[in-house]
Write a protein that binds this ligand. Sequence first.
Ligand code: GLU
Length: 313
Amino acid sequence: MEKELKTIPVVGRFAPTPSGRLHLGNLMCALLAWLSAKAAGGRVLLRIEDLDAARCPFMGENTKYLLDDLDWMGLTFDGEVLWQSERSEIYHTYFEKLEQKGLIYPCYCSRAEVHATTAPHRSDGVPKYDRKCWYRHLAGDPPPVGKKPAYRVRVPDEVFGFTDRLQGAYSENLERDCSDFVVRRSDGIYAYQLAVVVDDALSGVTEIVRGNDLLDSTPRQMFLQKMFGFSHPVYCHIPLLTDAAGRRLSKREGDGCMERVRAAYPDPAPVIGALAAALGLIPSPESVRPVDLIPLFDWGKIPRDAVCLPEGF
Ligand code: GLU
């Protein structure tokens, strides 16, 4: 008798931070996350990463635009939208798990102090934390008066590695390459690294498609997954969409900004077609809808390196 092959249904997600109006690079990411899950017959979830209420007020203008831009593109998501701003208590429970393992310590260093160290920088440009507060903590020194601490998690001298679907093998020894990182900020807001791990796992996400700029966050997230007993999802870090000069698109600058794109293109079909052609999913730009691309989707066609903004955007 043939053995029944059990496959886990794919659950993807798109997790934007609404700190500005979306640009085409964000929508390219949404499109790829959506296509990858749909082409595998799976589901795709939407999570709004509005942890920082000062930058992303709940249902603020940017969030309203974001939901409308996704809808305009024809990207519909499964299940309820998850709002990180409503999940502090859940993050707290997981923070306590790290505390119970003795992995958390308060850090009183300001950003300027962290940046002033002579420690080598991580690949994302942030200096490796020199563990000053850990040593202070061990020595039993009293906390500085009137200062609220951030909380860092102590990382092990251990390699966390994975094979990214697009970028190949990537690994970091967390102690050597990264050092202890903040999981709760001094203003009480839980850090992205903690929230993203908890949310993806509790939502049953099996596949993470996101920008290449987050590749080096992954070993930190894998460490937290291990600490919480979560399984590791499959990762796919996509190239950034750049302007014609090869510069990364920014939410602050106009290139590829959805406000501009939607003013120029009332119909999304040519916009999606231009992105699909730039990604190699169709030979040349033509009007298409996301659903038309599902049967054409294949990670083998997607470029590893930067994708250039199609002309006219
Ligand atoms: N919220 C992040 C962003 O908008 C993405 C986080 C993730 O996909 O893990 O850049």
